[in-house]
Design a protein around this ligand. Structure first.
Ligand SMILES: C[S@@+](CC[C@H](N)C(=O)[O-])C[C@H]1O[C@@H](n2cnc3c(N)ncnc32)[C@H](O)[C@@H]1O
Length: 360
């Protein structure tokens, strides 16, 4: 990181810092062979995600995936940022159980796009029983016909930091002072997507990388459906005048902290998702919003209650964390997108009750 900052002339914007802290080969957080995602009961992991918490997440999502595949006629699933491959494995298993998986020839390819080489190896082990349909893509195809899944991928994409100080806007970046990494702000023309009322000091993020990613996806997706799960809010909540400290968070050992310049490469760095920005970027690229709601509402509407009785008591207990408002049920959201021409006909599984698209 010192070399990177020196080469850049002594200052890098936060998104460049975050990109290297997470993804630099050999020393970035996601390059480590250590187990990063897990339940935390003595496994040395740093954070848990919905598919790792309970297979009920994948089993419920698979019902929607089955409906979307049948409706759009696609036979591929693409997953971005597949972590340890648990969602992929459990979705494929659930689709087989529903009679529309790889065993029935209904899923021809399950393609993973993963930036972390270390995680690709783990995914390959997790998915060994589905090796005939699972593959990894280096580059995106020109045209994509698929159901596209992403769980906690958008929050892992580097963000730029903007701060208002004494009424002036600055971009926050990282410099060296002696051996220490320090924050340094530079005047900028950049602004949050919506004006922040008031004159008070304010720190926030903008998400050009996530927007570019969604636009790239939108331009390529000719048939299919995209479902993205993550923590975040619509713009009005994200850029609320009272949210004056931003949303950047680090995760290590199942604790969170707001200090990304410490223990660089040893902890995850994330920012919440502005789902309005995602919806607008998607619209620019020809996608329309099929639905947007909380994870809890989506899972209940997509049939979690029907899936639950087949789960063990322990899995049922864990599954409740997926929908409880004080756990993952409310902060986590899902947005489902589809090519504009077909979006109105996509089965609204997960959104029949509780759709919140109007809040975006
Ligand atoms: C927080 S983890 C979530 C992992 C997994 N989806 C889960 O829920 O357990 C973020 C994942 O996104 C991957 N990632 C980040 N940016 C990506 C991108 N632009 N394309 C594909 N994968 C990406 C990371 O390498 C990592 O696997």
């Amino acid at each position: 990181m010192r070399a990177l900052i020196a080469e850049a002339g002594g200052w890098v914007p936060f998104d460049v810092f975050m990109h290297h802290a997470l993804y630099a080969p050999n020393w970035g957080y996601y390059a480590t062979p250590r187990r990063l995602i897990g339940l935390g009961f003595g496994d040395g992991s740093d954070f848990v995600t919905a598919p790792e918490l309970s297979p009920v997440f994948a089993q419920t999502l698979a019902r929607a995936v089955a409906a979307w595949m049948a409706h759009t006629g696609v036979d591929e699933i693409w997953e971005f940022g597949a972590g340890r491959g648990v969602l992929a494995r459990d979705v494929l298993k659930a689709l087989d159980a529903l009679g529309c998986g790889p065993r029935q020839g209904r899923v021809r390819r399950y393609v993973i796009v993963e930036v972390s080489g270390a995680l690709r190896g783990v995914q390959s082990d997790t998915l060994s029983e589905y090796s005939s349909v699972v593959e990894w893509a280096e580059a995106w195809p020109e045209h994509l016909r698929a159901v596209v899944l992403g769980n906690e991928v958008l929050d892992a994409m580097p963000v730029q930091l903007l701060c208002r100080s004494a009424g002036q806007w600055f971009e926050r970046g990282v410099s060296m002072q002696g051996d220490a990494l320090v924050w340094v702000d530079r005047p900028t023309e950049l602004r949050p997507p919506t004006p922040i009322p008031g004159e008070h000091d304010y720190l926030t993020e903008i998400h050009p990388q996530a927007h570019a990613w969604v636009q790239d996806l939108g331009r390529r997706l000719t048939h299919g459906v995209v479902a993205l799960f993550d923590y975040g809010f619509p713009e009005a909540e994200y850029y609320h005048p009272q949210r004056s400290g931003g949303t950047v968070m680090c995760h290590q050992g199942h604790l969170s902290d707001p200090h990304p310049l410490e223990a660089v490469g040893e902890k995850d760095i994330t920012a919440h998702v502005d789902f309005t920005g995602i919806a607008l970027a998607a619209q620019d690229a020809g996608l329309a919003v099929v639905g947007y709601t909380s994870q809890g509402s989506f899972l209940l509407d997509a049939g979690l209650v029907d899936v639950l009785p087949q789960a063990s008591a322990a899995q049922q207990a864990a599954a409740l964390k997926l929908i409880h408002e004080h756990e993952m049920g409310e902060l986590f959201k899902v947005i489902v997108l589809a090519p504009e021409a077909s979006a109105a006909d996509v089965p609204a599984m997960g959104f029949v009750r509780g759709d919140r698209t109007h809040t975006l």
